[in-house]
Every structure is written in structure tokens, then in C-alpha cells.
Design a protein around this ligand. Structure first.
Ligand code: 2AM
Ligand code: CA
Ligand code: CA
Ligand code: CA
Length: 270
């Protein structure tokens, strides 16, 4: 079995593990601040993915949000970038609306992207240059809907700061309306399905976006940071993803805002 088919089976198996595990008690801890939560289920699911991948492919590398592969410095070889639960707050508060997200890269080049909405049992998947699918069904190409006719996804809590609010609020005001679903991976999935036309984040990590970028890229959606630069595989980044029209419209809002640019470079450490 190739990596893609193995990955599709693995992510569904990990989804079953989460479903089983969430019927029992689990511990909830906070990480960087009291609203940044992690549970035993996040950690155990990452360990589950790690063990299964290495059992099958002992020479592959794994980077995960909950601690695996944080020492990886270059993109040589086969790298699995995994988020065991994307949308931990939804997992804790709602018991649904979370996903497993996996992006696979070979020597830094995209290979496949997988997003599994565990509770809905929906698998979004794409092998690079082979189209994108929801379960067995091919997803349709991006439509060039402009900002003023679009629903867009932004997490308002993350852009309230003095440095950030001006361009983000202008974009929200220009849009048809704003949504915030609490899982970057599922927001990429909604983009792929045509339910929203763009998503914006000030800060995400490769495990949040690599699967989504590969899947939506197959459909003609564009993704970059706020300044039009390609997203990194080994460090955090801001993210704008959308159809080509709205993507270029949104980029305009960020050009020339020196204060935000300086803040942006500071939080992303470059
Ligand atoms: P997580 O649930 O895996 O942590 C919520 O708007 C989205 O942003 C989720 O995809 C969430 O991923 C991510 N996110 C939440 N808190 C974050 C943080 N402190 N830093 C970066 N990303 C975060
Ligand atoms: Ca997290
Ligand atoms: Ca995440
Ligand atoms: Ca996570």
C-alpha cells in the first residue's frame, strides 16, 4: 500500500480511537495561557499516529503539535505533519467540530493532505496534482467570488490587538459576513466545499495548515501569509487562503501597514 492509501486508513482509524477515548474520562490541561487547552486525548492520538506511521515506515519523520519532531531542522525525507485534534476547544466544549489534520511532504514537496472530521466521518483528501475529494466525491474548482459577496472565516479574538485590528476589521466590514468555526483544518474543508470564500489567521502552525493547503490547492485556491509569501513547513506563519480573486483583494489590505508588518515579523521570529 502506498503512503496516500495508508494515510487515509490511518486517519480514519485514529478517528475511531478518538471516538472511543472520548467516552471515558480524560484530563484537560492548559498550555501557553488558560484558554489554550490540551487533553490526554490530543496527546494519546498523536502517539497513536506516531507509533503506527513508524511501524509501517520506520524511516519517515513525524512532526506533531503535541511534541513530536520539534527538533527537525530541514525538510529532507518523508515528513508527516500531524495535528491529532485541530479544534481542541470544540472537542472539550462541544464534543464535535474538530478534525485530525495530516500533511505529508517528500523532500519538502507536497505529497498528500488529509483532514478527517471524526464525528461526521467525513474524509477530505488530496494527493498532489491528483484532485481533491470529500470521501469518494471529487470537489469542485474554486469560484472567483469577490470579498463583498463572500462569507469569510476569521477568529475575532485573535485580531483584537491594537496592531492588528485595523486591516482585519476593514476586511470584515467589506465582507458579506464573518464566521469563526474554531478549527483551521475544518475551515480549509469549508473552503474546499465552497461554503466560505476565504480564511485568515494571524498565526498558525504547519500542523494546522499543511493538509488544508494541499487539498484546497488542488481546487485552485491560493494560500500565502499576509504579505503574499509562501507558507513555511517548519515554523509558524500568518495565513490567507481563498479563491484567486479574494486572495489578491485581501492582500491589498495589508500592504503599507508598517505597524502590523513589524508586529508580524516579531511574532513569527524573522
Ligand atoms: P488547535 O485546536 O489544534 O490548537 C482556532 O481558531 C484554530 O486556531 C484551531 O485550528 C486551533 O488549533 C488554532 N489555535 C488555537 N490556539 C492556538 C494558539 N495558541 N496558537 C496557534 N494556533 C492556535
Ligand atoms: Ca492546540
Ligand atoms: Ca491546530
Ligand atoms: Ca491540535
Amino acid at each position: 500500500m502506498d503512503i496516500y492509501n495508508f494515510g487515509k486508513e490511518l486517519i480514519v482509524e485514529a478517528g475511531k480511537f478518538i471516538e472511543m477515548r472520548m467516552t471515558k474520562e480524560f484530563q484537560i490541561d492548559s498550555k501557553s495561557n488558560p484558554n489554550d487547552l490540551v487533553t490526554d486525548v490530543d496527546r494519546e492520538t498523536e502517539q497513536f499516529l506516531y507509533t503506527k506511521i513508524l511501524e509501517r515506515f520506520p524511516d519517515h519523520l513525524i512532526i506533531g503539535e503535541e511534541g513530536h519532531g520539534q527538533n527537525i531542522q530541514d525538510t529532507k525525507g518523508v515528513i508527516w505533519i500531524v495535528d491529532p485534534i485541530d479544534g481542541t476547544l470544540n472537542f472539550v466544549h462541544q464534543g464535535e467540530n474538530f478534525a485530525i489534520s495530516i500533511g505529508v511532504f517528500i523532500d519538502g514537496e507536497p505529497y498528500c493532505g488529509l483532514i478527517y472530521d471524526c464525528m461526521k466521518r467525513d474524509l477530505y483528501h488530496a494527493k498532489y496534482k491528483n484532485g481533491a475529494y470529500l470521501n469518494e466525491q471529487a470537489l469542485l474548482p474554486a469560484e472567483n467570488i469577490p470579498l463583498n459577496q463572500s462569507l469569510i472565516a476569521i477568529n475575532p479574538k485573535r485580531v483584537l490587538g491594537e496592531e492588528t485590528r485595523s486591516p482585519f476589521f476593514k476586511i470584515m466590514a467589506e465582507s458579506r459576513s464573518v464566521r469563526s468555526y474554531g478549527s483551521a483544518a475544518l475551515e480549509f474543508a469549508m473552503l474546499a466545499k465552497g461554503q466560505i470564500s476565504a480564511l485568515l489567521f494571524l498565526r498558525l502552525y504547519p500542523w494546522d495548515y499543511t493538509a488544508g493547503v494541499i487539498i484546497t490547492g488542488e481546487l485552485g485556491f491560493k494560500t500565502s501569509d499576509l504579505y503574499g509569501r509562501e507558507l513555511p513547513l517548519l515554523s509558524s506563519s500568518s495565513v490567507i487562503s481563498g479563491n484567486p480573486k479574494i486572495h489578491s483583494e485581501i492582500l491589498e489590505y495589508f500592504t503599507g501597514d508598517k505597524r502590523l508588518y513589524e508586529y508580524h515579523e516579531k511574532i513569527h521570529g524573522s
